[in-house]
Design a protein around this ligand. Sequence first.
Ligand code: PMP
Length: 282
Amino acid sequence: DLAYVNGEFMPIEKAVVPIEDRGYQFGDGVYEFIASYEGRLFMLEEHLDRLERSMRGLNFDPISRSEIKAAICDLAERSGYPRAGIYIQISRGAAPRNHAISPNISPQIIMTIRPVKEIPAAMRKKGATAITVEDTRWDRCDIKTVQLVANSLAKQKALDSGCDDAIFVSASGVVREGTSSNLFIVSGGRLMTHPLTNNILPGITRTAIFRICRQAGLDAEEAFFDTETLYGADEVFLTGTVTEVLPVVRIDGKSIGDGKVGPTTRQIYTLLRQLALEGRSV
Ligand code: PMP
């Protein structure tokens, strides 16, 4: 498995960052995770767009998009992995620890590449289980920062209670997203997901699902909905770069629909896989 550190390629074990990197000390960094299918990076431009938005969101000085893109493609090619997961992290840089940002700091760009750790086939077939947790994250979840401890603790809480993942719900009961995925429900043939606000990540897969629905003539809309609507949905699924389209059949101990993977979820998963394997953006 390979790493990239500020222009150099090396084995992951050899890659290190300075201890005073602000990504490490302040969570002052942004990231992306991109997957390839048969050697082609799925929705690369959309990921680069979001990376740029994230950097602007933290007031980073601009970094050349073509340089980042070239490094990503170079890493993918060097690895030779047909089904790779590329992690890209850009931190503001290293400086003596201080909340105030040093004026002459320069960004650290690191990447790693590994074969994608696929969702187990049995989970895709039977559907996943989830718990809901109160969303205690900051209110700029639209920026893809490396501050993921709330997401990580929520995921671990789900695993410790025998479930597969956690779903963030606002203090007032609005259903937001998964710990590393967006969430859709299907109710009466209509798909619904949380609108793009500062409280969720604008998922690339989420965007792909909307385009797929338009092409397939499925009714999909952005709307706020509460946990009662979630429990009462016919189908629920999570979306993400690795998650793809993952059915959720049990939430907080309650069966969703008949407790089996639903037809709309299955249809959308099939369409997403087709697109990804054809190697084109939607
Ligand atoms: N929400 C959160 C909190 C995430 O971490 C992710 C995964 N990066 C997503 C949604 C899904 O985004 P994407 O489809 O771009 O992978």
